[in-house]
Ligand binder design. Structure first.
Ligand SMILES: Cc1cc2nc3c(=O)[nH]c(=O)nc-3n(C[C@H](O)[C@H](O)[C@H](O)COP(=O)(O)O)c2cc1C
Length: 219
């Protein structure tokens, strides 16, 4: 059974009963993909991913967890004169990219977490999203309707104690998601950009959990 609560209006009391019933029945509303991109299995990036997973599950959503560093994803070869079959929404490279890309089409929203490296996203994030952007953000695919546009997302940049470069990392993530959404500032889906550091994680992990919960509740 697939039920969506986006745009689903109810008065407060009925909504409370409704939520209790669906909790008991275990109905899953939304599937959200949580993509993390750190080599560190015990670090801040993973904690952010787990906070998002907790929020998603609290809201009876299903969290699809993807650790890019566990996958084999090759760098883009910029085929021919600059464009290859990415113009048709696919890639010639045979690796784990396609299975993640396909799965992205099946979910209702995304949480993307990267460690801040050199004031930017991590290498595994850049490698994956470089290829995704080519398949999704070219004019032919945009006209047909791509897999990712119009879905809510949360971008998280997880930095060291100083936090220097958190903002520039989030700026690059913003540019990426704008490309994935037709550069259409006015009709962007709901989103958030969260910067977290070793110094503020005691309260920012709660913010990530709350943001993910809000996303699955369609709020
Ligand atoms: C190669 C490299 C570059 C980094 N560059 C930055 C940086 O520009 N700004 C910053 O605040 N932290 C920087 N850091 C620190 C990481 O962002 C921080 O340790 C973060 O917690 C890493 O995520 P993790 O805990 O998942 O490993 C860097 C770390 C590495 C390994």
């Amino acid at each position: 059974m697939k039920v969506k609560i986006r745009n689903f209006e109810m008065d407060y009391k009925n909504r409370a009963y409704f939520l209790i019933i669906i909790k008991i029945l275990g109905v899953i509303f939304m599937k959200i993909m949580v993509i993390t991109s750190s080599p560190n299995k015990e670090g801040l990036t993973e904690s952010c991913g787990k906070a998002a997973e907790k929020g998603i599950e609290k809201g009876n959503g299903e969290a699809i967890m993807v650790r890019l560093n566990d996958l084999n994803i090759l760098p883009c070869e910029a085929c021919d004169q600059g464009w290859g079959i990415c113009l048709e929404g696919t890639c010639k490279l045979e690796d784990d990219f396609k299975k993640v890309y396909e799965a992205m089409g099946e979910v209702d929203g995304y949480v993307v977490v990267t460690p801040v490296y050199f004031q930017d996203m991590s290498e595994s994030a850049k490698t994956f999203f470089d290829r995704l952007r080519r398949c999704e953000a070219n004019k032919f695919i945009r006209e047909k309707g791509n897999k990712i546009q119009n879905k809510p997302f949360i971008c998280v940049a997880a930095a060291g104690g100083s936090g220097h470069g958190t903002i520039s990392c989030l700026t690059n993530m913003e540019r990426l998601f704008l490309h994935l959404n037709k550069m259409d500032y006015t009709n962007m889906p709901k989103f958030d950009y969260i910067g977290i550091t070793q110094n503020n994680k005691s309260y920012m992990l709660d913010a990530i959990e709350a943001g993910a919960l809000k996303m699955v509740n369609g709020e």
